[in-house]
Design a protein around this ligand. Structure first.
Ligand code: FAD
Ligand code: NAI
Length: 465
């Protein structure tokens, strides 16, 4: 039996690696066990980072092909070098994952390569061999693609997001199942690179969970860019040959089935917690009927000394949420009173324009019967957006009608993912719409649209016709 740790983290994703570093900063003797051979988890290896690298590259390709001319720039025929684009993505991923190894060394976190299994509280085995002793165990094993009956992922013809990040060729026709975050981001990538993309969605709207008005506008803009949407439809089966996939699709509410043919299919109907082989049953750790590990406000499971964070516990499956979970969890183990406000976890979809939101949606507030005032400002009236030529979108600020306190901010527009940070900070400090618009915003900036939308809550936007 080897030495005793204060904390062993199982899983080296954004939840696990950040928790491990924070624990080490607090003086805990810490180890992190990771089985994929690289740190950074889903996010750095097959999620946030490679997808954003491809979104950036494909956006540049689309710009050069379709938008340089309007800026008075003439280029010859623009050609795609997909291999080089993929190579760049892999380089970005490699540099970032290696960077975490360096941070582990700097902070004296032991990086243990292998599969961790809880033997019992206080003991974790690695690859079924070495058993390590520890005061506390932190589960941060993340999530995996939710499967769909009748649509078997082979990562060649029918791919998950992982396969969609490394296709060898641009498919002539790609069908995406699920108009959520992955569907729209990866659908955008391959559409920009030349694929005909159809997104099949069960519900009668895209991006459930985001403000429905913003989602509707986003759908219009994405349609303009070439994405086709087939809403209110469910895929009931898929047959793949070497070159074609035939999908059977039915109206969600019932009715006649039809067949859709594609050269590739991306299944993106959500993710589910991943806890396979972790020994949860033997350790007596409670999960719900969807496999989500149940934790209290200190991220403690029902078993003393075993904690869990990130995608495998309740809450949005987002890297920044997993990171905050990790920090708060280990600070609580350290006896501190840290906290996280789950209402203020921003969500960003990195299409172009981007889609971002924080706080409550107008739909949720209506349902709760809260009286609100809504201010909107379109990017067509923002001078910076005009100058850059990116005027699709709107900022929507929702405030309490009586107190003016900001309850939600939702943005479709250029750099929406960066603009939302202003709203998150304002809301974290309990700001009113007036607090936002009395704050001086630099000119000319996209952020002035946030200020003007806050002014519109009071019916006093300046630059709106
Ligand atoms: P993970 O990142 O999944 O890490 C868990 C790690 O645990 C994995 O590396 C796994 O190998 C390891 N592991 C599992 N079991 C064991 C075991 N028994 N022993 C040892 N190791 C084990 N979120 C955003 O916020 N922004 C984005 O732009 C974004 N883009 C995404 C794009 C895609 C295509 C996908 C799929 C996801 C994206 N996400 C994004 C979501 C984000 O990746 C996750 O929310 C985040 O990675 C969760 O972090 P985590 O630490 O909980 O789990
Ligand atoms: P999602 O939950 O965002 O979207 C899934 C979509 O599939 C929903 O619209 C849902 O209604 C639909 N759906 C469900 N069953 C269906 C069926 N049988 N047929 C057709 N449609 C069906 O899940 P997604 O896109 O797979 O992403 C998984 C997770 O990864 C999300 O929780 C997200 O937070 C995270 N992620 C975050 C990103 C970001 O922050 N930019 C980027 C990519 C992923």
């Amino acid at each position: 039996m080897s030495e005793q740790y204060d904390l062993i983290v199982i899983g080296g994703g954004p939840g696990g690696y950040v928790a491990a570093i924070r624990a080490a900063q607090l003086g805990m003797k810490t180890a992190c066990i990771e089985k994929r051979g690289a740190l950074g988890g889903t996010c750095l290896n097959v999620g946030c980072i490679p997808s954003k690298a491809l979104l950036q590259s494909s956006e540049k390709f689309a710009e050069a092909k379709d938008h340089f001319a309007e800026h008075g720039i003439k280029v010859g025929s623009v050609k795609l070098d997909l291999k080089a684009m993929m190579g760049r993505k892999d380089k970005v991923v490699g540099e970032l994952t290696k960077g975490i190894e360096f941070l582990f060394k700097k902070n004296k976190v032991d990086y243990i390569k292998g599969t961790g299994k809880i033997v019992k509280p206080g003991e974790v085995s690695v690859d079924g061999k070495d058993t390590l002793k520890t005061k506390n165990i932190l589960i941060a094993t993340g999530s995996e693609t939710t499967p769909l009956d009748g649509v078997e992922i082979d990562e060649k013809m029918i791919v998950s997001s992982t396969g969609a990040l490394e296709l060898d060729d641009v498919p002539k026709k790609l069908v995406v199942i699920g108009a959520g975050v992955i569907g729209l981001e990866m659908g955008s990538v391959w559409s920009r690179l030349g694929a005909e993309v159809t997104v099949v969605e069960y519900l009668d709207r895209i991006l459930p969970g985001m403000d429905s008005e913003i989602a509707k506008q986003a759908q219009r803009v994405l349609k303009k860019q070439g994405l086709e949407f087939k809403l209110g439809s469910k895929v009931t089966g898929a047959k793949a040959t070497k070159s074609t996939v035939t999908l059977t699709v039915e109206p969600a509410k019932g009715g006649d089935a039809e067949e859709i043919k594609a050269n590739k299919v991306l299944l993106a109907i959500g993710r589910r917690p991943y806890t396979e082989g972790l020994g949860l049953d033997d350790a007596g750790v409670k999960v719900d009927n969807r496999g989500v590990i149940q934790v209290d406000e200190n991220f403690k499971t029902n078993v003393d000394g075993i904690f869990a964070i990130g995608d495998c516990v309740p809450g949005p499956m987002l890297a920044h949420k997993a990171e905050e979970d990790g920090v708060v969890c280990v600070e609580r183990i350290d006896g501190q009173k840290s906290h996280i406000d789950y209402n203020l976890v921003p969500g960003v979809v990195y299409t172009w324009p981007e889609i971002a939101g924080v706080g409550k949606t107008e739909d949720e507030l209506k349902e709760e019967g809260v009286e609100v005032k809504v201010g909107k400002f379109p990017f067509t009236a923002n001078s910076r957006a005009k100058a850059t030529g990116e005027t699709d979108g709107v900022v929507k600020v929702i405030a309490d009608a009586k107190t003016d306190k900001v309850l939600g901010v939702h943005i479709l527009g250029p750099l929406a993912g960066d603009l939302i940070s202003e709203a998150v900070i304002a809301m974290e400090f309990g700001a009113t719409a007036e607090d936002i618009f009395r704050t001086c915003h630099a000119h000319p900036q996209m952020g002035e649209a946030v200020k003007e939308a806050a002014m519109a809550v009071h019916g006093r936007a300046i630059h709106m016709a």
